[in-house]
Design a binder for this molecule. Structure first.
Ligand SMILES: [Zn+2]
Ligand SMILES: [Zn+2]
Length: 351
Protein backbone atom coordinates (compact mmCIF):
# COMPACT_ATOMS: atom_id res chain seq x y z
CA UNK A 1 0.00 0.00 0.00
CA UNK A 2 1.33 3.43 -0.93
CA UNK A 3 1.81 5.85 1.93
CA UNK A 4 1.08 8.84 -0.34
CA UNK A 5 -2.58 8.08 -0.98
CA UNK A 6 -4.68 9.85 1.62
CA UNK A 7 -6.76 7.23 3.37
CA UNK A 8 -10.50 7.82 3.62
CA UNK A 9 -11.51 8.84 7.14
CA UNK A 10 -12.88 6.10 9.36
CA UNK A 11 -16.19 6.81 11.08
CA UNK A 12 -14.38 7.20 14.44
CA UNK A 13 -12.29 10.03 12.96
CA UNK A 14 -15.15 12.20 11.69
CA UNK A 15 -15.70 15.56 13.38
CA UNK A 16 -18.64 15.80 15.79
CA UNK A 17 -21.89 16.97 14.24
CA UNK A 18 -25.08 18.11 16.01
CA UNK A 19 -27.05 15.28 14.39
CA UNK A 20 -29.25 13.33 16.82
CA UNK A 21 -30.44 9.87 15.78
CA UNK A 22 -32.51 7.27 17.63
CA UNK A 23 -30.26 4.22 17.27
CA UNK A 24 -32.24 1.81 19.47
CA UNK A 25 -35.65 2.16 21.15
CA UNK A 26 -35.38 5.17 23.50
CA UNK A 27 -31.64 5.53 22.85
CA UNK A 28 -30.34 8.65 21.08
CA UNK A 29 -26.87 9.03 19.62
CA UNK A 30 -25.33 12.48 20.06
CA UNK A 31 -21.73 13.45 19.29
CA UNK A 32 -19.32 15.60 21.32
CA UNK A 33 -16.03 17.01 19.97
CA UNK A 34 -12.93 14.98 20.85
CA UNK A 35 -9.91 15.76 18.71
CA UNK A 36 -7.45 13.38 20.30
CA UNK A 37 -5.15 10.75 18.72
CA UNK A 38 -6.99 9.23 15.80
CA UNK A 39 -10.45 10.39 16.87
CA UNK A 40 -12.83 13.21 15.92
CA UNK A 41 -15.69 12.81 18.35
CA UNK A 42 -17.08 10.78 21.23
CA UNK A 43 -20.63 9.43 21.16
CA UNK A 44 -22.77 10.46 24.09
CA UNK A 45 -25.82 8.20 24.12
CA UNK A 46 -28.95 9.55 25.79
CA UNK A 47 -31.38 6.98 27.23
CA UNK A 48 -34.86 8.36 27.94
CA UNK A 49 -37.41 7.24 30.50
CA UNK A 50 -40.12 8.72 32.74
CA UNK A 51 -37.53 9.91 35.32
CA UNK A 52 -35.55 11.88 32.73
CA UNK A 53 -32.41 10.63 30.99
CA UNK A 54 -29.27 8.63 31.54
CA UNK A 55 -26.25 9.66 29.47
CA UNK A 56 -23.34 7.43 28.49
CA UNK A 57 -19.76 8.80 28.23
CA UNK A 58 -20.22 12.58 28.55
CA UNK A 59 -17.07 13.62 26.66
CA UNK A 60 -13.77 15.33 27.49
CA UNK A 61 -13.23 17.76 30.36
CA UNK A 62 -13.27 21.39 29.22
CA UNK A 63 -15.51 24.16 27.98
CA UNK A 64 -15.94 23.08 24.35
CA UNK A 65 -17.22 19.65 25.21
CA UNK A 66 -19.46 20.98 28.00
CA UNK A 67 -20.96 23.53 25.63
CA UNK A 68 -21.70 20.82 23.06
CA UNK A 69 -23.14 18.57 25.78
CA UNK A 70 -25.56 21.22 27.05
CA UNK A 71 -26.51 22.10 23.45
CA UNK A 72 -27.31 18.46 22.64
CA UNK A 73 -29.51 18.07 25.71
CA UNK A 74 -31.25 21.36 24.86
CA UNK A 75 -31.85 20.07 21.29
CA UNK A 76 -33.49 16.97 22.76
CA UNK A 77 -35.44 19.20 25.15
CA UNK A 78 -34.00 17.78 28.39
CA UNK A 79 -33.07 20.26 31.14
CA UNK A 80 -29.74 19.43 32.87
CA UNK A 81 -31.50 18.67 36.14
CA UNK A 82 -33.38 15.79 34.44
CA UNK A 83 -30.15 13.82 33.99
CA UNK A 84 -30.48 11.12 36.65
CA UNK A 85 -27.58 8.86 35.65
CA UNK A 86 -24.19 9.21 34.03
CA UNK A 87 -22.72 5.93 32.82
CA UNK A 88 -18.95 5.98 32.25
CA UNK A 89 -17.71 2.96 30.27
CA UNK A 90 -14.07 3.34 31.37
CA UNK A 91 -11.47 5.60 32.94
CA UNK A 92 -10.33 7.59 29.89
CA UNK A 93 -10.86 11.37 29.95
CA UNK A 94 -12.85 11.45 26.68
CA UNK A 95 -15.44 9.29 28.45
CA UNK A 96 -15.63 10.75 31.97
CA UNK A 97 -14.90 14.44 31.31
CA UNK A 98 -18.41 15.83 31.82
CA UNK A 99 -19.47 13.38 34.56
CA UNK A 100 -18.51 15.34 37.70
CA UNK A 101 -20.03 18.54 36.32
CA UNK A 102 -23.28 16.75 35.45
CA UNK A 103 -23.48 15.33 38.95
CA UNK A 104 -22.85 18.81 40.39
CA UNK A 105 -25.70 20.24 38.28
CA UNK A 106 -28.28 17.49 38.69
CA UNK A 107 -27.20 15.14 41.50
CA UNK A 108 -27.03 12.34 38.91
CA UNK A 109 -25.54 9.01 39.86
CA UNK A 110 -22.15 8.27 38.31
CA UNK A 111 -22.15 4.62 37.28
CA UNK A 112 -18.96 2.72 36.43
CA UNK A 113 -17.46 -0.71 36.73
CA UNK A 114 -16.39 -1.66 40.25
CA UNK A 115 -12.69 -1.27 39.33
CA UNK A 116 -13.03 2.24 37.88
CA UNK A 117 -10.06 4.43 38.64
CA UNK A 118 -7.90 7.03 36.92
CA UNK A 119 -4.27 8.13 37.22
CA UNK A 120 -5.47 11.10 39.22
CA UNK A 121 -7.97 9.47 41.52
CA UNK A 122 -6.65 9.64 45.09
CA UNK A 123 -9.58 7.72 46.55
CA UNK A 124 -9.01 4.05 46.93
CA UNK A 125 -11.78 1.72 45.80
CA UNK A 126 -12.25 -1.48 47.77
CA UNK A 127 -10.59 -4.71 46.63
CA UNK A 128 -7.59 -3.10 44.98
CA UNK A 129 -4.31 -4.52 46.22
CA UNK A 130 -1.32 -2.35 47.02
CA UNK A 131 0.72 -3.35 43.97
CA UNK A 132 -2.14 -2.70 41.60
CA UNK A 133 -2.72 0.66 43.23
CA UNK A 134 0.95 1.62 42.98
CA UNK A 135 1.03 0.77 39.27
CA UNK A 136 -2.19 2.56 38.51
CA UNK A 137 -1.00 5.65 40.37
CA UNK A 138 2.29 5.59 38.46
CA UNK A 139 3.10 8.99 37.08
CA UNK A 140 2.88 9.05 33.28
CA UNK A 141 6.18 10.95 33.07
CA UNK A 142 8.25 8.35 34.86
CA UNK A 143 10.34 6.13 32.61
CA UNK A 144 8.31 3.06 31.52
CA UNK A 145 9.11 -0.34 33.08
CA UNK A 146 10.70 -1.67 29.85
CA UNK A 147 13.46 0.93 30.05
CA UNK A 148 12.47 3.37 27.33
CA UNK A 149 12.50 7.13 27.76
CA UNK A 150 9.81 8.84 29.84
CA UNK A 151 6.79 9.97 27.88
CA UNK A 152 7.59 13.22 26.10
CA UNK A 153 4.92 15.52 27.46
CA UNK A 154 4.95 19.24 26.62
CA UNK A 155 5.71 21.31 29.77
CA UNK A 156 2.35 23.06 29.82
CA UNK A 157 0.53 19.74 29.80
CA UNK A 158 2.99 18.43 32.38
CA UNK A 159 2.11 21.26 34.74
CA UNK A 160 -1.58 20.59 34.19
CA UNK A 161 -1.11 16.89 34.91
CA UNK A 162 0.89 17.64 38.09
CA UNK A 163 -1.83 20.01 39.22
CA UNK A 164 -4.43 17.39 38.40
CA UNK A 165 -2.66 14.80 40.54
CA UNK A 166 -2.64 17.21 43.47
CA UNK A 167 -6.07 18.68 42.79
CA UNK A 168 -8.12 16.02 40.95
CA UNK A 169 -11.08 18.39 40.84
CA UNK A 170 -9.28 20.42 38.18
CA UNK A 171 -9.28 17.41 35.88
CA UNK A 172 -12.95 16.84 36.68
CA UNK A 173 -12.22 13.27 37.74
CA UNK A 174 -15.55 11.82 38.79
CA UNK A 175 -16.16 9.81 41.92
CA UNK A 176 -18.50 6.94 41.03
CA UNK A 177 -21.62 6.66 43.19
CA UNK A 178 -22.57 3.25 41.77
CA UNK A 179 -19.89 0.65 41.05
CA UNK A 180 -21.26 -2.29 39.07
CA UNK A 181 -20.23 -5.90 39.33
CA UNK A 182 -20.52 -8.52 36.59
CA UNK A 183 -24.21 -9.28 35.73
CA UNK A 184 -25.56 -6.44 37.92
CA UNK A 185 -28.70 -5.02 36.36
CA UNK A 186 -29.90 -1.41 36.07
CA UNK A 187 -32.96 0.10 34.41
CA UNK A 188 -32.47 2.71 31.68
CA UNK A 189 -34.78 3.59 28.76
CA UNK A 190 -37.42 1.45 30.54
CA UNK A 191 -35.44 -1.77 30.19
CA UNK A 192 -32.95 -3.79 32.23
CA UNK A 193 -29.30 -3.53 31.21
CA UNK A 194 -26.76 -6.10 32.33
CA UNK A 195 -23.21 -5.14 33.30
CA UNK A 196 -20.53 -6.98 31.31
CA UNK A 197 -16.95 -6.48 32.50
CA UNK A 198 -14.65 -6.27 29.46
CA UNK A 199 -11.07 -5.60 30.65
CA UNK A 200 -8.28 -5.17 28.09
CA UNK A 201 -8.44 -1.65 26.66
CA UNK A 202 -8.57 -0.61 30.32
CA UNK A 203 -8.87 -2.81 33.39
CA UNK A 204 -12.18 -1.18 34.34
CA UNK A 205 -13.96 -1.32 30.97
CA UNK A 206 -17.71 -1.83 31.23
CA UNK A 207 -20.19 -2.79 28.50
CA UNK A 208 -23.94 -2.75 29.13
CA UNK A 209 -26.27 -5.18 27.35
CA UNK A 210 -30.03 -5.01 27.00
CA UNK A 211 -31.21 -8.56 26.18
CA UNK A 212 -34.73 -7.36 25.34
CA UNK A 213 -33.72 -5.40 22.22
CA UNK A 214 -30.23 -6.92 21.80
CA UNK A 215 -28.53 -3.54 22.27
CA UNK A 216 -24.91 -3.47 23.43
CA UNK A 217 -23.23 -0.31 24.70
CA UNK A 218 -19.74 -1.32 23.64
CA UNK A 219 -17.65 1.72 24.74
CA UNK A 220 -14.11 1.46 23.36
CA UNK A 221 -14.06 -2.35 23.68
CA UNK A 222 -15.40 -2.98 20.17
CA UNK A 223 -15.30 -0.11 17.69
CA UNK A 224 -16.64 -0.25 14.12
CA UNK A 225 -13.37 0.19 12.21
CA UNK A 226 -10.38 0.94 14.44
CA UNK A 227 -8.83 -1.35 17.04
CA UNK A 228 -8.68 0.03 20.59
CA UNK A 229 -5.27 0.81 22.07
CA UNK A 230 -3.90 -1.93 24.35
CA UNK A 231 -1.51 -0.39 26.85
CA UNK A 232 1.38 -2.30 28.40
CA UNK A 233 1.29 0.14 31.33
CA UNK A 234 -1.13 -1.79 33.43
CA UNK A 235 -1.24 -3.65 36.70
CA UNK A 236 -2.16 -6.82 34.82
CA UNK A 237 0.88 -8.62 33.39
CA UNK A 238 -0.92 -9.61 30.18
CA UNK A 239 -3.60 -7.12 29.13
CA UNK A 240 -3.75 -8.70 25.68
CA UNK A 241 -4.97 -12.01 27.11
CA UNK A 242 -7.58 -10.09 29.10
CA UNK A 243 -8.62 -8.31 25.91
CA UNK A 244 -8.89 -11.56 23.90
CA UNK A 245 -10.99 -13.08 26.69
CA UNK A 246 -13.24 -10.01 26.74
CA UNK A 247 -13.61 -10.17 22.94
CA UNK A 248 -14.64 -13.84 23.19
CA UNK A 249 -17.01 -12.99 26.00
CA UNK A 250 -18.91 -10.66 23.64
CA UNK A 251 -18.36 -12.92 20.61
CA UNK A 252 -20.01 -15.82 22.46
CA UNK A 253 -23.37 -14.05 22.57
CA UNK A 254 -22.98 -11.95 19.42
CA UNK A 255 -25.93 -13.81 17.84
CA UNK A 256 -28.12 -12.09 20.46
CA UNK A 257 -26.71 -8.62 19.70
CA UNK A 258 -28.77 -6.73 17.16
CA UNK A 259 -26.80 -3.50 17.40
CA UNK A 260 -23.58 -2.33 19.07
CA UNK A 261 -23.36 1.30 20.15
CA UNK A 262 -19.65 2.20 20.27
CA UNK A 263 -18.15 5.24 22.02
CA UNK A 264 -16.61 6.39 18.72
CA UNK A 265 -17.92 5.95 15.18
CA UNK A 266 -21.22 4.73 13.82
CA UNK A 267 -23.29 1.98 15.44
CA UNK A 268 -22.88 -1.41 13.76
CA UNK A 269 -24.58 -4.78 13.58
CA UNK A 270 -21.78 -7.20 12.57
CA UNK A 271 -20.47 -7.71 16.10
CA UNK A 272 -19.30 -11.31 15.66
CA UNK A 273 -17.39 -10.33 12.53
CA UNK A 274 -15.79 -7.29 14.24
CA UNK A 275 -14.67 -9.46 17.17
CA UNK A 276 -12.95 -11.80 14.71
CA UNK A 277 -11.36 -8.93 12.75
CA UNK A 278 -9.91 -7.39 15.93
CA UNK A 279 -8.55 -10.76 17.06
CA UNK A 280 -7.00 -11.32 13.61
CA UNK A 281 -5.40 -7.87 13.75
CA UNK A 282 -3.61 -8.74 16.99
CA UNK A 283 -2.70 -12.22 15.77
CA UNK A 284 -1.01 -10.54 12.77
CA UNK A 285 0.92 -8.20 15.09
CA UNK A 286 2.08 -11.13 17.21
CA UNK A 287 3.24 -12.97 14.08
CA UNK A 288 5.02 -9.82 12.88
CA UNK A 289 6.97 -9.75 16.17
CA UNK A 290 7.96 -13.42 15.74
CA UNK A 291 9.05 -12.74 12.15
CA UNK A 292 10.96 -9.61 13.16
CA UNK A 293 12.85 -11.46 15.88
CA UNK A 294 13.58 -14.25 13.42
CA UNK A 295 15.08 -11.92 10.84
CA UNK A 296 17.03 -9.88 13.41
CA UNK A 297 18.46 -13.08 14.97
CA UNK A 298 19.40 -11.14 18.12
CA UNK A 299 17.64 -9.69 21.16
CA UNK A 300 16.07 -6.26 20.61
CA UNK A 301 14.45 -3.59 22.75
CA UNK A 302 10.75 -2.74 22.91
CA UNK A 303 11.44 0.49 21.04
CA UNK A 304 13.16 -1.40 18.21
CA UNK A 305 10.31 -3.91 17.87
CA UNK A 306 7.89 -1.00 17.93
CA UNK A 307 9.46 0.56 14.81
CA UNK A 308 8.79 -2.72 12.96
CA UNK A 309 5.21 -2.92 14.21
CA UNK A 310 3.97 0.62 13.60
CA UNK A 311 4.19 3.07 10.72
CA UNK A 312 6.50 6.10 11.26
CA UNK A 313 3.35 8.23 11.71
CA UNK A 314 2.26 6.12 14.68
CA UNK A 315 5.61 5.98 16.53
CA UNK A 316 5.85 7.18 20.10
CA UNK A 317 5.03 6.29 23.67
CA UNK A 318 1.64 4.77 22.88
CA UNK A 319 3.14 2.55 20.15
CA UNK A 320 5.95 1.42 22.50
CA UNK A 321 3.44 0.65 25.20
CA UNK A 322 1.35 -1.46 22.82
CA UNK A 323 4.46 -3.25 21.48
CA UNK A 324 5.40 -4.02 25.11
CA UNK A 325 1.94 -5.51 25.76
CA UNK A 326 2.36 -7.79 22.72
CA UNK A 327 5.94 -8.82 23.63
CA UNK A 328 4.91 -9.65 27.20
CA UNK A 329 2.02 -11.70 25.84
CA UNK A 330 4.46 -13.71 23.70
CA UNK A 331 6.86 -14.08 26.62
CA UNK A 332 4.10 -15.42 28.88
CA UNK A 333 3.05 -17.81 26.09
CA UNK A 334 6.62 -19.14 26.20
CA UNK A 335 7.51 -17.96 22.67
CA UNK A 336 9.91 -15.18 23.69
CA UNK A 337 12.66 -14.72 26.24
CA UNK A 338 13.24 -11.44 28.05
CA UNK A 339 16.57 -10.11 29.27
CA UNK A 340 17.15 -7.12 31.48
CA UNK A 341 20.21 -5.25 30.19
CA UNK A 342 20.90 -2.50 32.74
CA UNK A 343 17.23 -1.69 33.11
CA UNK A 344 16.37 -2.00 29.41
CA UNK A 345 14.31 -5.04 28.46
CA UNK A 346 15.36 -7.01 25.41
CA UNK A 347 13.27 -9.73 23.79
CA UNK A 348 14.20 -12.62 21.55
CA UNK A 349 12.30 -15.53 20.04
CA UNK A 350 13.23 -18.80 21.75
CA UNK A 351 15.23 -21.08 19.47
ZN1 LIG B 1 -10.55 4.50 25.87
ZN1 LIG C 1 -12.38 6.55 23.76
Amino acid sequence: MSTDTPRPLKSEQLQATDEIVEVAPGVLRTQLPANITGLGHVNMYVLEDERGVAVVDPGLPGKDSWKALTNRLAQIGVPLKRVHSVIVTHSHPDHYGGAAQLRAESGADIITHRLFRTFYDPTEPPDVDAEELALMMRSPFEAPPWGGPAMDVPWKRKLRMRAAQTFPRLMKVPTPSVRLRETDRMKFAKRDWVAVHTPGHTHDHLCLFDPETGTLLSGDHILPSITPHISGLTAHGDPLTLFFDSLDKIGNFSNQISIALPAHGTPFTNVGERVQQIKDHHAERLQKLRDTSNSLSRPASVMEFSTHLFSPRAQGAMADSEAYAHLEHLRLLGDFERRDIDGVFEYVLKG
